[in-house]
Each structure stands twice: as structure tokens, then as C-alpha cells.
Write a protein that binds this ligand. Structure first.
Ligand code: DBV
Length: 265
């Protein structure tokens, strides 16, 4: 049996989960955010860290979930949902929600290891791809980064039609096998791609200046649509409900992971 991890007192306390595939990704992202002077983001202690057991009575598998989060001048909420469940699952879902007084996309990463393979998604996600004023100007630069990494990866397959408005043309999306081959691709492609997407995003942050109140209202409406969609369709719902029950899971999804509508912005 594993030794319970020390409870985390604030959302900025380091996350360290046993056997977690994505530890170095989170560590690098947290380091990259340091120049922005991250402040804690209020999160109920029951969601800062949680442990449980999955698997069968004969073969129990310990599971652990932690949430790292912060806020900065231009970011309303930066949050990482971290799940380690041995060979059953290893997940880093990382989203940066900009304040709507800045015309910035979301940063979105979904790094998921399941028994049948890795499922990896990375994007600077627009609130609405049809909003031409929004992030279209940054796509050419994003595409040069995207093209370089995409050619090294198998395609992830189709994405639901209703999700299309929320992806940029630089959506990096792949499924790769477990084992040495997949590990090599993660080291050689996914890790540097994650860094480059994040660095580009932080460059956009640095140059963003406040927009009009009217524009900000539009962006808020767009962010709410996106957040509602993500909360409704969260692919982790089944897994988290198995680990921790549906009451905890629904509260985690709506009040932590995709909390825009439960905030009084
Ligand atoms: N996905 C989340 C959150 C997770 C999470 C908050 C806390 O949005 C994990 C964890 N994603 C997660 C898990 C699975 C997926 C799948 C556990 C596997 C579900 C399963 O097969 O049981 C990208 N993630 C997926 C899928 C897509 C994405 C397209 C496949 C969906 C399916 O097969 O039903 N998530 C999606 C996406 C972004 C994202 C594009 C943004 C970059 O975060």
C-alpha cells in the first residue's frame, strides 16, 4: 500500500503523485509561469488532493488526484488536473483561462495514458473559431510550430463536429502506443511541442493589452460557451466517478475544472 501524500494547503503547493507519467510536464509548466508572479487560486481542500482505490477486491489499484492552480494579472485561472492510477491511468489536463479583458485564446493540453495507449491533445483554443478578430492573427506563427511536430505524429482521428469551433488549425492531436516507441515520441516530440506551445502562449500574454468593455463581454460569452461544452462533455467524467463517486466528480468538474459559470466574474 502506498503512503498517503502530505495534504496540500494551497493550490500552489507542489504536486507529486506516485508513478505519474506527466510529472515533468507539470514541473516545466509551473516553472514557466514563475515570471508572472502566480498567486494561489482558491480551491476547496477536498479537490486539492484526493486518494482512492480502483480495480477489483483481489487486485486493488491505489489512485490519486491533485489540482495545481494559480491566477495572475492576465490569467483568471490556470489549473492542472493530475491523475495517477498506476497502469489504469495517468493524466495531466492543463488549461489556462485568460481574463476576458484580454483577447487571448485558452491554452489547452490533455495528456492521457490509458491501458490501450496515450491520447495527446495540445492547442491554443479560440473561444470561437468563427470570431475572426479573436486569435486568427496568431495562427500563422502557431502553424509553423504545429507543422513541425505534426509530421512526426500519427493523426488522432476525428473530433466531434460540435467541438470544431473550439479548436485552432494548430490543434495537435495524436494517439500513440504504450511502450518504448511511445515513450520515445513523447520525449522527442510531445515534450518540446508542449514547451513551444506554452512559450508562444506566454508571448501572447506578454503583449496583450486590455480590450473594450463591449469586446470583453463578447469574449466572456464565448468563454462561457466553451466552458459549458467542456464541462458537459468532460471525457474524464466516467473515470473520476468510478474513483471518487459522482457527487465529488460533478462538483470537481463544475466548481473547479470548468468553473467560469460558478464564478461571479
Ligand atoms: N479530459 C479533460 C479533463 C480530464 C481529461 C478535465 C481530469 O478535459 C482526461 C481529466 N481525456 C481525459 C481522459 C480521456 C480523455 C479523452 C481520462 C479518456 C477517456 C476515455 O477514453 O475513457 C481532448 N481528450 C479525450 C478525447 C479527446 C480529448 C478528443 C477522446 C474523447 C473520447 O474518446 O470520448 N480534452 C480534449 C481536448 C482538449 C482537452 C481536445 C484540449 C486540448 O483538454
Amino acid at each position: 500500500m502506498s503512503i498517503p501524500a502530505a495534504p496540500r494547503a494551497t493550490s500552489l503547493d507542489p504536486v507529486q503523485l506516485p508513478d505519474w507519467r506527466w510529472q515533468c510536464f507539470l514541473d516545466e509548466a509551473v516553472a514557466a509561469l514563475q515570471p508572472l508572479g502566480p498567486e494561489p487560486y482558491p480551491i476547496d481542500p477536498q479537490f486539492l488532493s484526493r486518494e482512492g482505490v480502483t480495480g477489483s477486491k483481489a487486485k486493488p489499484v491505489p489512485v490519486a488526484t491533485a489540482t495545481w492552480a494559480c491566477q495572475t494579472e492576465k490569467f483568471r485561472q490556470v489549473r492542472a488536473a493530475c491523475v495517477s492510477a498506476g497502469s489504469a491511468a495517468s493524466v495531466l489536463n492543463f488549461v489556462i483561462n485568460p481574463r476576458t479583458c484580454y483577447d487571448l485564446p485558452f491554452f489547452g493540453a490533455d495528456l492521457v495514458t490509458l491501458p490501450n495507449g496515450h491520447l495527446l491533445a495540445l492547442d491554443l483554443q479560440p473561444v470561437d473559431r468563427g470570431d475572426r478578430l479573436h486569435t486568427e492573427a496568431v495562427w500563422p506563427e502557431l502553424l509553423t510550430i504545429f507543422e513541425r511536430w505534426k509530421q512526426a505524429l500519427p493523426d488522432g482521428g476525428p473530433i466531434p463536429e460540435e467541438a470544431q469551433p473550439y479548436f485552432s488549425p494548430g490543434f495537435l492531436w495524436t494517439r500513440i502506443p504504450l511502450g518504448a516507441e511511445g515513450d520515445a515520441l513523447i520525449d522527442a516530440v510531445i515534450r518540446p511541442a508542449f514547451q513551444e506551445y506554452l512559450q508562444m502562449y506566454l508571448k501572447l500574454e506578454a503583449s496583450a493589452s486590455p480590450v473594450s468593455a463591449e469586446r470583453s463581454e463578447q469574449l466572456l460569452a464565448g468563454q462561457k460557451r466553451y466552458t459549458r461544452y467542456r464541462a458537459e462533455k468532460d471525457p474524464a467524467r466516467g473515470m473520476l466517478s468510478r474513483f471518487y463517486g459522482s457527487e465529488w466528480t460533478e462538483a470537481y468538474i463544475h466548481d473547479v475544472l470548468f468553473d467560469l459559470e460558478s464564478q461571479s466574474v
